[in-house]
Design a binder for this molecule. Structure first.
Ligand code: SAM
Ligand code: SF4
Ligand code: SF4
Length: 387
């Protein structure tokens, strides 16, 4: 990656940052925006979580991922989805999935893929359906196929959060999601936040090739007044036929340990200064142990508080186990997340996994105070950093 300068340095990136800061100032959100986001997060996260604890003998996931497509328009080298060509989920099945989740008390729906925007009309219609049923809808996207028409339509449909994945400021081999490629649609997305009431995040995967870019993207996000969410690039836990990763997926090696440690310390410092990050400080700290293969087993709640629904309507605990062969249930047969089986699975997999999503679920559900912090993040992401 040829991006050695920080955004705050002189030159092109400095201009980007200043433009972002100006936009942040011009684009401050109103009390109404924050109140409505607080209310939405309260209804879809807090209440379902409290009910899931109260009815603890029932299966009541708080957050579910729905795979609408595995196809993708890009080819990030660390991802199993690159270049796939297989049919997506039908609307009938997607609605059935939403009905299933609704009947189990779940009110947070995150699309997953592949790239959801390979079928934009489908995503708009499905979002409308889910929002009408009271869901908080997360849309993760690489943003390349996003245009102004789509942004307005998904805003009107009632999307809650747009997770825009960017790994670099300018692209390079293996990292095709980069800021300058989507800057035009990104600025429109941020501009329309107030009108439609959604939240925008940058979703950044830390690989061995973009360590400096992560800092620059963090500054850009802060400048524009949006939050950030970090993954650490994870080699696949389950290798499966037809969905192979590139051998050179940007996995972190011993050579990068020190640079990653410094990056983590820098991110924690920014977090404490009030930069809004989805990641808890706990998760950021755990990155250092994870890259050294020293992560202790942790109480992952996948299969209990979260789950995924695959393209064919079958279930699995998490993204990382998409290719797992065990029977975890399906739309047709119902959920089969047996607690003893889950515990055996996690003993094996959790020391090798730092799932951003499930680590946050574990962190923010450990006490009511943390859960309120999570709700506050959704309401006030533009001016309050809580970790
Ligand atoms: C699979 S993508 C699907 C949605 C969309 N195409 C995108 O890129 O955000 C969801 C997220 O998974 C992350 N991801 C994919 N493969 C990963 C890996 N091997 N390690 C860590 N994160 C990964 C991506 O960076 C992205 O943020
Ligand atoms: S990470 Fe997202 S954009 Fe990149 S190949 Fe995978 S699905 Fe596509
Ligand atoms: S620890 Fe990771 S791989 Fe294992 S169930 Fe949890 S999220 Fe999935």
């Amino acid at each position: 990656m040829g991006t050695p300068q920080l955004v705050s340095d002189t030159g092109h990136r400095s201009k980007l940052f200043k433009a972002g800061l100006k936009r942040n100032k011009d684009n401050r959100h109103t009390c109404k925006y924050h109140l409505s986001n607080f209310n939405r997060a309260y209804r879809s996260w807090l209440i379902p979580y409290l009910k899931s604890r109260y009815y603890s003998e029932q299966f009541r996931p708080v957050l579910s991922f729905l795979y609408t497509d595995l196809n993708c328009n890009l080819n990030c080298h660390y991802c199993y989805s690159r270049g796939r060509k297989i049919p997506g989920m039908s609307m009938e099945m997607a609605q059935e999935a939403i009905n299933f989740l609704h009947s189990h008390g779940c009110r947070v729906l995150a699309y997953m893929g592949g790239e959801p925007l390979v079928r934009k009309k489908f995503i708009i219609a499905l979002t409308r359906y889910a929002v009408q049923k009271g869901f908080f809808v997360y849309l993760p996207t690489n943003g390349i196929l996003m245009d102004e028409y789509f942004i307005d339509e998904i805003g009107k449909a009632g999307v809650s959060t747009i997770n825009l994945a960017v790994d670099a400021v300018n692209g390079c081999k293996g990292l095709p999601k980069y800021f300058n490629r989507i800057k035009k649609q990104f600025e429109y997305l941020v501009q329309q936040e107030k009108k439609y009431g959604y939240i925008t995040f940058f979703n950044i995967n830390i690989t061995k090739n973009n360590i400096q870019d992560v800092k620059e993207l963090t500054e850009i996000a802060h400048g524009y007044g949006i939050a950030t969410d970090y993954h650490i690039n994870e080699p696949p836990q389950v290798r499966y036929k037809n969905y192979e990763h590139e051998p050179e997926g940007g996995w972190i090696t011993e050579k990068e340990y020190q640079a990653v440690d410094e990056l983590v310390d820098w991110l924690i410092e920014k977090n404490l200064k009030g930069y809004t990050m989805v990641n808890s400080i706990d998760h950021l700290k755990a990155i250092k142990q994870f890259i050294r293969h020293q992560l202790p087993a942790w109480p992952c709640q996948a299969g209990s508080l979260s789950m995924i629904i695959r393209l064919d309507g079958t279930f699995a605990p998490c993204f990382e186990l998409y290719g797992d062969q065990q029977d975890w249930g399906s739309l047709k047969d119902g959920a089969k997340f047996d607690p003893a089986k889950l515990a055996r699975q996690k003993e094996k997999c959790s020391p090798h996994c730092l799932s951003t999503c499930n680590y946050q679920v574990k962190h923010y559900t450990q006490s009511l105070l943390y859960l309120f912090q999570w709700v506050a993040k959704h309401a006030y992401s533009h001016f309050l950093g809580v970790s």
